[in-house]
Ligand binder design. Structure first.
Ligand SMILES: [Zn+2]
Length: 214
């Protein structure tokens, strides 16, 4: 970034990378330095915009200030409508970037630029995109073919945008986030099926958009 030479940053270890990200973060907070954003704009073509309360996420300028290299998979333990409702509640203290419904419909509630509070771990929130799936961990019927397909398209787009591989190191469940006491997405979530769909999507041409959507 502008505050450190590129060569120095590349040569530096993890601590220096963290320092660089901290500097970049503060640079992004200065007036005039944040990226322009338009109400209703989405990062995934076809997603419905349904804004979370600004109290439930932190404005940022990813990936300039924080490297994005993870997707965190969640299950709502409730309905699609419930997820959108609680994310709008300024006292909920949590949000995710996306919510996927059983019929494959997707809502975006926080921009990927911003840090949603979904992983219960600051570092993971800063480096990841959080995707909620409507339903319950103990109800396998929650996870429909349409949901897997839509979520896989979404995750493939995220892998492309931030250039990281679709594997189990980079696409994780909430349960795998260090320090979490959450168990989602649970044992009924079919990881092999999901990653196979994500990888199939990544083999398609990049500019593909669904017909009838913007
Ligand atoms: Zn979760």
């Amino acid at each position: 970034m502008l505050l450190l030479g590129g060569g120095a940053a590349v040569a530096a270890g993890a601590a220096a990378v963290a320092a660089r990200e901290e500097l970049a973060y503060w640079w992004g907070q200065l007036p005039g330095n944040s990226r322009p954003r338009k109400e209703g704009e989405v990062d995934f073509a076809g997603a419905q915009w349904s804004a979370a309360s600004p109290a439930n996420y932190r404005q940022a300028n990813r990936p300039d200030d924080y490297t994005v290299d993870r997707v965190v998979i969640h299950v709502v333990q409730g309905s699609f409508a419930t997820a959108l409702k609680v994310f709008r509640d300024p006292f909920h203290e949590a949000s995710a970037h996306y919510v996927v419904r059983g019929d494959g419909h997707i809502a975006q509630t926080v921009r990927e630029l911003d840090v949603a509070f979904h992983a219960g771990n600051r570092g993971y929130n800063e480096r990841s995109v959080g995707i909620e799936h409507a339903g319950f961990v103990d109800r396998p019927e929650s996870f429909t073919p349409d949901m897997y397909a839509a979520s896989a398209r979404l995750t493939a787009g995220i892998c492309r945008r931030y250039d990281f591989p679709a594997d189990r190191e980079h696409v994780v469940g909430h349960i795998e986030v260090p320090g979490t006491d959450h168990t989602d997405p649970g044992s009924h979530w079919d990881w092999d099926r999901y990653l196979t769909l994500v990888r199939a999507e990544l083999r398609r041409p990049a500019a593909r958009t669904r017909p009838g959507t913007t």
